[in-house]
Design a protein around this ligand. Structure first.
Ligand SMILES: CC(=O)SCCNC(=O)CCNC(=O)[C@H](O)C(C)(C)COP(=O)(O)OP(=O)(O)OC[C@H]1O[C@@H](n2cnc3c(N)ncnc32)[C@H](O)[C@@H]1OP(=O)(O)O
Ligand SMILES: CC(C)C(=O)C(=O)O
Ligand SMILES: [Mg+2]
Length: 560
C-alpha cells in the first residue's frame, strides 16, 4: 500500500496573477517549432545516435519542414562535435534552416561549442543553467547572485565569440533550466541580466526558453508562469518566448498548448515525445492538434508511417500503438457501436465528399496523414453488424442489406466467441461465402435456363440445376422471372418457399461489371435462409441467390 504522501510531497503553490488572460485566448496560428530530437531526445537514449542515425533523422526533420533544429551538445562527445562539422562541411543545411547547439555555462565547453560551429551560415547558440532553489542549494551550492554571475559571464563570452565570427548569422538562446520551479521574480532577474549582455535586436535575435525541465504542477500553473513572465519581462517585444515542456505528469501537451495561449511564440520538443524520463513534449501531436482545429501547423506529417519508421529506427524505441495520430491502432474501431457510427459517417461523406470532416470517433481523416481506411474497422467479439459489413463492402464491394448484416453478424459473433480471436479480412470473406452459398462449386448451381413471357403477363420459366454431379430439370410459372423460379422450385422440391426480401446492385461502375443479388426466403416451418448470388448477368445473379438460399435451407435440414 502507498504510504501517506502528505509531508513528503508538497502541493505546488499557485501563481499570483491578477486577471489572467490566457483562459480566454484561442490558438489561431502555429508557433515556431524547434526539434530537439538530435540533442534532448538523443541524450535520453541508451545508445545515443551515431552519425548515420543522426543524418537519417536530420533528413527526416527537413522533410517534415522544421526550420530550427537543435542538432547536438557539441562539447559532450566527439560524435556530437563531428556531426555538427559534417552538416556544415558537407553543406547539408538549407539556407532557411538554422541549427542550434546547447552548452553549459562553462568557459571551456563554450569554446569547444564555437569550434564546432565554424563556418555555419545560421546558428543558435543555446546557453543554459539551472536556477531553481534545490539546484542552487544542492547542485551548484551557489547563491542567487553567483548563479546570475555564472550566466552573465557565459553570456559575455558567447557574445564575444559571436562577434569574432561575423560570417555566421547568430541567434542567442538562454534557458533558465528548471524555470517551472524557480521563483518567478528570480527567473525574470536572471533573464534580464543575460538580455542586458546580449542586447537583443533584429540583427541579433534572442530566444528566452522557459522550460518545464521536470513537470511539477498542473498545466494551468505553467500557463500562469508564462503569462506572468511575458507581462513582466522588460524586453518582451525584442525577444522570442519559447517553451520546452517535459512530460513527467503526462501533461506535456497541455502545458505547451496553455503556454501558447499564455504568450509563448515557440515550442521545443521531440517527435512522438522522446526525451529524458517521460520525454519532451510531442511535436507531432501538438502540430496535428492544431491541424484538427483548422490551423495550418507549418509541419508536414502527411507520410506518417514513414516518419514513424525512421524515428523508431533512429531512437531504437517503438512508437506506442495508441500514440495520438501516429499509433497503428489509433484509427481502428473494434467495438460495435463505434464501427456502426464510423460506417455511417463514411457513407454520409461519400454523398458529400467536400464537406467539413465529421466522422464519428475519428478526429482526423486518416488519409490526411497518408493512412488508408483499411484498418479503420477490425472485427473481434466486441464488434457488431457494421464491422463485418464494412469489411465486406470495403474489400469486395458488397453493400449488405440491413437484415443480412444482422444475420451475418450473428455468425461472426459465434466464431469470435468460440475462438476469442480477431477475424481477418480473409476469414470474414470465407465465412460469408460459406454462409450464403458462394461456394465453388455451388451446392445447387444454375445451368441453362429460359423464360418466356406471355401476352397475359404470365411468364414460363424452365431451368436445369446441377446438384452434386446430378442434373435436375424444373419448370414453373409466375408474373416475373423470380416468381416463375419460385413456383418451379416449390414443385420440384415440394416446399412452400417464398421470397421475403430481395436486393441487388452492381459491384462496380463499369458496364461490364458484375451484379450481386441478396435473397431471403422463408419456408413452411418459419425457417428463413439467405442466399447471395454474383454474376455478370443480373438475372442469373438473382436466380443463383435464390438457389443458394434454398441450398442453405436444405443443408440446415440435412436434406442436401
Ligand atoms: C535539462 C537538460 O537537458 S540539460 C542538458 C543535459 N545534457 C547533458 O548533460 C548531455 C551532455 N553532457 C555531457 O556530456 C557532460 O555532462 C559534459 C561533457 C557537458 C560535462 O561533463 P563533466 O565535466 O564531467 O561534468 P558533469 O557532467 O559531471 O557536470 C556537472 C558539473 O557541471 C556543473 N553544471 C551543470 N550544469 C551546468 C551549467 N548549465 N552551467 C555550468 N555548470 C553546470 C555542475 O554544477 C557540476 O559541477 P561540479 O562538478 O563542480 O560539481
Ligand atoms: C537545456 C534545457 C532547455 C532543457 O533541456 C530542459 O530544461 O529540459
Ligand atoms: Mg529538456
Amino acid at each position: 500500500m502507498l504510504t501517506q504522501p502528505a509531508g513528503k510531497y508538497l502541493p505546488f503553490p499557485p501563481v499570483k496573477l491578477d486577471a489572467r488572460q490566457w483562459p480566454s485566448n484561442t490558438l489561431t496560428r502555429a508557433p515556431r517549432w524547434l526539434s530537439t530530437d538530435l540533442r534532448d531526445g538523443n541524450q535520453a537514449l541508451a545508445e545515443p545516435m551515431d552519425s548515420r542515425r543522426k543524418l537519417l533523422f536530420w533528413d527526416l526533420l527537413l522533410q517534415c519542414g522544421f526550420k530550427e533544429i537543435e542538432v547536438a551538445f557539441p562539447s559532450a562527445s566527439q560524435t556530437d562535435f563531428n556531426f555538427v562539422r559534417q552538416l556544415i562541411e558537407e553543406q547539408r543545411i538549407p539556407d532557411d534552416v538554422s541549427i542550434q547547439v546547447l552548452t553549459q555555462a562553462r568557459s571551456d565547453l563554450i569554446e569547444r561549442t564555437f569550434a564546432a560551429l565554424q563556418g555555419a551560415k545560421n546558428a543558435t547558440l543555446h546557453l543554459y543553467n539551472a536556477t531553481a532553489p534545490v539546484f542552487r542549494r544542492l547542485v551548484f551550492r551557489q547563491s542567487k547572485e553567483e548563479i546570475i554571475q555564472l550566466a552573465v559571464s557565459a553570456a559575455k563570452q558567447i557574445r564575444q565569440l559571436c562577434e569574432e565570427q561575423p560570417d555566421t548569422h547568430w541567434t542567442f538562446e538562454y534557458s533558465p533550466e528548471t524555470f517551472c520551479f524557480t521563483e518567478l521574480d528570480f527567473a525574470l532577474e536572471i533573464c534580464e541580466a543575460v538580455a542586458e549582455i546580449w542586447q537583443p535586436c533584429a540583427a541579433r535575435p534572442m530566444i528566452i526558453n522557459l522550460p518545464a525541465t521536470v513537470e511539477v504542477s498542473t498545466p494551468n500553473v505553467y500557463a500562469d508562469q508564462i503569462e506572468y513572465f511575458c507581462r513582466h519581462f522588460t524586453r518582451r517585444a525584442e525577444v522570442c518566448i519559447s517553451v520546452h515542456p517535459h512530460n513527467d505528469r503526462g501533461t506535456g501537451i497541455a502545458c505547451a498548448e496553455l503556454a501558447m495561449l499564455a504568450g509563448a511564440d515557440r515550442v521545443e520538443g521531440c517527435l512522438f515525445g522522446n526525451g529524458e524520463r517521460t520525454g519532451n513534449v510531442d511535436l507531432v501531436t501538438l502540430a496535428l492538434n492544431l491541424y484538427t482545429q483548422g490551423v495550418p501547423p507549418g509541419l508536414d506529417f502527411s507520410q506518417m508511417k514513414q516518419v514513424v519508421d525512421v524515428v523508431e529506427q533512429c531512437n531504437q524505441l517503438p512508437v506506442h500503438p495508441r500514440h495520438p495520430y501516429a499509433g497503428e491502432l489509433v484509427f481502428t474501431a473494434f467495438s460495435g457501436s463505434h464501427q456502426d457510427a464510423i460506417k455511417k459517417g463514411f457513407a454520409a461523406r461519400q454523398q458529400q465528399p467536400e464537406t467539413r470532416w465529421e466522422v464519428p470517433y475519428l478526429p482526423l481523416d486518416p488519409a490526411d496523414i497518408g493512412c488508408s481506411y483499411e484498418a479503420v474497422i477490425r472485427v473481434n467479439s466486441q464488434s457488431g453488424k457494421s464491422g463485418a459489413a464494412w469489411m465486406i463492402e470495403q474489400n469486395h464491394g458488397l453493400t449488405l442489406p440491413r437484415a443480412l448484416q444482422q444475420d451475418f453478424s450473428r455468425r461472426v459473433q459465434q466464431q469470435t466467441d468460440t475462438h476469442g480471436k480477431e477475424m481477418t479480412q480473409a476469414s470474414i470473406w470465407q465465412l460469408f461465402r460459406e454462409a450464403y452459398g458462394l461456394r465453388d462449386p455451388m451446392s445447387v448451381a444454375l445451368g441453362e435456363y429460359s423464360s418466356q413471357s406471355q401476352a397475359n403477363g404470365q411468364l414460363n420459366f424452365r431451368a436445369e440445376l446441377l446438384m452434386g454431379g446430378k442434373r435436375k430439370a424444373l419448370c414453373g410459372r409466375g408474373n416475373g422471372l423470380l416468381s416463375g423460379a419460385v413456383d418451379a422450385l416449390r414443385q420440384a422440391f415440394d416446399l412452400p418457399l417464398s421470397i421475403q426480401d430481395y436486393h441487388e446492385h452492381t459491384l462496380g461502375q463499369r458496364s461490364d461489371s458484375r451484379s450481386v443479388a441478396y435473397i431471403r426466403c422463408t419456408f413452411d416451418d418459419n425457417q428463413a435462409a439467405w442466399g447471395v448470388g454474383i454474376d455478370s448477368d443480373v438475372s442469373r445473379a438473382s436466380l443463383q441467390a435464390l438457389l443458394n438460399a434454398l441450398a442453405n435451407y436444405l443443408q440446415t435440414r440435412r436434406l442436401l
